[in-house]
Design a binder for this molecule. Structure first.
Ligand SMILES: [Fe+2]
Length: 438
């Protein structure tokens, strides 16, 4: 009954925190009790102090604050939009600024697009020649939205932001930037095939979201041309600098500027679905049984297909074996690890100008590492990117410590290792770009 129910939360000084529950825009009830206020205050303190930049400590909790991660996952995640008004323009700090936008045009001009919503025109300016930037300048003066797609691949702050979120959730994230002039429109109403978090980092923008989800799209689904208008009851709100809206895939939305300009980060989620895991299980079942690569029996288009159905049932029953499925899941996780990029800044210097390692030298896990550790027979196997690194099992404790601890001296490595083994071990992890010097 409460599809589309929003909680609007204003993050104001802790003692004034109140929760406002807005049921379908019909009734607004202050449910801010002292108990609730205390709870919000506690979360607020954890999320705002100390002021660690977003790109150094990115979590789902910080994205949805002051809503708790638990409440977000239970109530909103993949179900309904969540709008958070924070009344805190500094909430995102310098995660992405106008100066960053300018620098991106200068350094990554192959990635700027411009869009003008009403004419549906969208142009890619790929910086191949001097005219590209002239076209951007002209479009900007004409009131077009400037777009920087996949900026996490080109901007170190957004790259770190996405890697840390991936570490927190297991999913990959991407960032697109939208800079819209006053009174400018964004795209026509549409749904996206993945969930998005809109982070308003400058100015403001007015949003409309349908209350009913139109569809639950597959990751590769594209919205058809028809139906690109807003229907039925809508959530209407203005995101101010520091605010956030989470829009699950399949909800139609549109946005436009008022008298302010707007710069927002669209943080898109590249999720992994049950569908993908089930398909991986079927694929693995086929790979282990040659007979499933044979053709269907002659005459399979006729009759009731009883023999075929019996065989399919047997195969699925066999694939449901827990030990087999555990292997499938392990393989599935390994493939996910391979999709995550490794950031290797500092490796060039450490390779060409190596410093001798000493036991008191300090190291720390490279932020945003994405890996799995598996125990083998008398070994531990580290999977990171497409690499598989095998260590003798007595390094197991030190390996987990080294990849999870932000800062430590080499001599502090656990696991009863001799000093020379500790040095060799750290050198190996450094070669793999898994650690940074502190
Ligand atoms: Fe969208």
């Amino acid at each position: 009954m409460d599809e589309g129910h929003l909680i609007r939360i204003k993050a104001v000084p802790a003692q004034e925190v109140r929760f406002y529950s807005c049921w379908g825009d019909m009734m607004q009830t202050d449910i801010g009790s002292d108990e609730k206020a205390q709870g919000a205050q506690a979360v607020g303190q954890a999320a705002t102090a100390p002021a660690v930049p977003f790109y150094e400590e990115a979590t789902i909790q910080r994205l949805v604050w002051p809503v708790s991660t638990e409440e977000f996952l239970a109530r909103y995640w993949e179900k309904r939009p969540l709008i958070v008004h924070r009344a805190n323009p500094d909430y995102y700090g310098d995660l992405f600024t106008l100066q960053d936008f300018d620098a991106s045009l200068k350094n990554n001009r192959g990635y700027v697009k411009t869009a003008e919503a009403t004419s549906k025109s969208q142009a890619m300016h790929n910086g191949a020649g001097p005219s590209a930037m002239e076209a951007v300048l002209k479009d900007m003066h004409s009131g077009h939205t400037l777009i920087l797609d996949t900026m996490h691949e080109h901007n170190s702050k957004l790259g770190s932001f996405c890697r840390l979120l991936a570490q927190d959730t297991g999913d990959r994230f991407q960032t697109n930037l939208y800079l819209t002039p006053p009174n400018g429109k964004g795209f026509r109403p549409h749904w996206d095939n993945h969930d998005v978090y809109i982070l308003q980092v400058l100015g403001s923008k007015h949003w409309k979201i349908e209350k009913e989800r139109r569809t639950l799209p597959q990751p590769d689904a594209r919205m058809p041309e028809e139906g690109r208008e807003l229907r039925g009851e809508l959530h209407e709100f203005t995101l101010q600098q520091g605010d956030m809206v989470y829009i699950p895939r399949g909800f139609i939305h549109a946005a436009e500027c008022g008298s302010d300009c707007s710069l927002h980060i669209t943080l898109g989620l590249n999720y992994n679905s049950w569908n993908q895991l089930l398909m991986a299980a079927i694929k693995a079942a086929v790979l282990r049984d040659d007979s499933l690569r044979l053709s269907l029996p002659a005459g399979y288009m006729k009759g009731d297909g009883a023999g075929i159905l019996k065989r399919v049932s047997e195969v699925l029953h066999s694939a449901a074996d827990p030990a087999f499925l555990a292997e499938v899941l392990e393989q599935f996780r390994d493939e996910i690890v391979q999709k995550h990029y490794l950031e290797i800044s500092g490796q060039v210097e450490s390779f060409f100008q190596p410093k001798e390692l000493k036991l008191d030298d300090k190291f720390g896990a490279r932020p945003g590492l994405f890996y799995t550790i598996r125990k083998g027979e008398e070994s531990v196997i580290l999977k990171v990117g497409t690499r598989s690194v095998t260590f003798p099992d007595f390094f197991g404790e030190a390996l987990e410590f080294a990849l999870q601890t932000p800062s430590y001296a080499i001599r502090d490595l656990p696991g009863d290792l001799e000093d020379d083994l500790k040095l060799v071990f750290i050198e190996r992890l450094m070669q793999e770009a898994l650690l940074i010097r502190k």
